[in-house]
Design a protein around this ligand. Structure first.
Ligand SMILES: *[C@@H]1O[C@H](CO)[C@@H](O)[C@H](O)[C@H]1NC(C)=O
Length: 267
């Protein structure tokens, strides 16, 4: 009898995932979390191989922002590395429309690890500050030893270098990066003097993101937008959810000017 009950339990457990996938997948991480911001120019940790369940890894760039092949180049953050791997400038956030943005983040999730979150995507809904109610889909490109649990450290140029800094080496930024080491620049006009390729992401923070200062979020794991995968080169095989990328592989940047309705006075 004892053996029989074990078999029954095992059979039931084996059946569950099949039922779930027939229903389009379930599970994945979700909960409430916090955010911070950074841009340290370093090679993101998911840029090393063997961090995902697919063998894919986040695209990294050379010092001149040109795509590197392979995943073995040392980080530009490592001591004594003159020409290593850096974060590609096109892994900057952008506005998809008035209420949705796409981007990347260093991630740490309770009870999870890099093998589970590298290149997974999370839909963040901001719950505090001036972006409250807006949504951002981030792909996990990195992790951080100084992150708390359920913590999304959103990558945005000028967001502060944090613990490590390759921006001085790559772009000639001040010794502790642009602005404060933690938090970065504090006004939109400071983005004016940024390297050309980092300007848009720096402005994004003060435009779509409304200069929000570490807003809280609710989050849930989602299949990545194909537009993020096209830029990072990284996607996962199915895990707790169906990871097939969704939507168009290229999504342009929304600007308020392009869609602004005539003002009442102009009618
Ligand atoms: C904004 O874009 C997202 C992603 O494509 C879409 O789900 C959402 O419906 C859009 N919202 C508006 C207001 O257009």
């Amino acid at each position: 009898m004892h053996v029989h009950s074990i078999l029954t339990t095992a059979a039931a457990a084996a059946t569950l995932p099949l039922l779930a996938s027939a229903q389009g997948g379930w599970g994945g991480s979700s909960g409430t979390g916090r955010t911070t911001r950074y841009w340290d120019c370093c090679k993101p940790s998911c840029g090393w191989g063997l961090k995902t369940n697919s063998g894919k890894y986040v695209q990294t760039c050379d010092k001149s922002d040109g795509p590197l092949g392979g995943s073995d180049t040392k980080s530009g953050c490592d001591n004594g590395v003159a020409s290593g791997a850096y974060m590609c400038s096109n892994q900057s956030p952008w506005a998809v429309n008035e209420t949705t943005a796409y981007g990347w983040a260093a991630v740490k999730l309770a009870g999870s690890n890099e093998q589970t979150w590298c290149c997974a995507c999370y839909e963040l809904t901001f719950t505090s500050g001036p972006v409250s109610g807006k949504t951002m889909v981030v792909q996990a490109s990195n992790t951080g030893g100084d992150l708390g649990q359920n913590h999304f450290d959103i990558a945005m140029p000028g967001g502060g270098v944090g613990l490590f800094n390759a921006c001085t080496n790559q772009y000639g930024a001040p010794p502790n990066g642009w602005g404060a080491q933690y938090g970065g620049v504090s006004s939109r006009s400071e983005c004016d003097s940024f390297p050309e390729k980092l300007k848009a992401g720096c402005y994004w923070r003060f435009d779509w993101f409304a200069g929000a200062d570490n807003p809280d979020v609710t989050f849930k794991q989602v299949a990545c937008p194909a537009a993020l995968v096209a830029k990072s080169g990284c996607s996962r095989n199915n895990d707790a959810i169906n990871e097939t990328p969704t939507g168009p592989s290229s999504v342009g940047t929304w600007t308020p000017e392009a869609t602004a309705a005539p003002t009442a006075g102009a009618v």
